[in-house]
Design a protein. Sequence first.
Length: 273
Amino acid sequence: MRDEKYDVARAIAIYFVVVGHVLISLNVHVFRFVLFFHMPLFFFISGYFLNSSIKKYCFGTFLKKKVKTLIVPFLVWSLISFAMNILLLVNGGNFNLKNVIEQFVEIFLYARSLWFLVILFFSSVFLALFVYSIKCKYMGLLFCAGSWLILSFFLNLVNDNILAAYKFKWLFPFLLIGYCFSESPWRYSISFVKSGIFCTISLIIYILLTNLLYTDAFFEAYSTFTYTNIEEMFAGMVYYMISIFGIYVSIICSQKLLNLRMSKYLKFIGGQL
């Protein structure tokens, strides 16, 4: 049976991707809490459902499906975006080879607007490689986490803007946590059905934490994994814990929203992703 609270949670994340970015661009500081949970929530849920795909398919089939559902849409929509930007260049009288190349590099090489699809693809395949190749599940996940850490530090030494690789450093742990949670018996023993008061208090605490502990420098280090000193490393660990708390708050709130009439719309939006 489909766990519909995750569909609602995805719909919430979609909403805050759009609204949150608009409000943050207007420098509305109270909405900084959006930065800590909307993309981590996407990756956590993707990791949660990744488990069933890995169990169902062999690696070859799994890879083909990920290419079809993530890489093909990335290429198609990037091509559409590229064509629209060329039209804007022509309309603005700025059409020349230099600007065309810049648009191509931004859209296809740096994955300017569709980086999510690319990073989710590489994150899913990266995790699947260890799960498929190492028979001992726990050893495989341990090697996977260690390899992510090594790769993240290596990416700091090269141009990690290519295909938005720095996002992999930031978001892969949430995919891994989601996968581990799907394998854990806790998903059955921990009830997400909480009272409305509990959900409200948790949400308020989360918003306060994200605003009180936020600094531009620490968040930049957290989201790009460029920890260069002990202070940044400590802040990064705190921010990861805040993001995990944000994921938890999102899911318990989603469980409560299932009781509302509007939930059918949220389930439809989240279920289509």
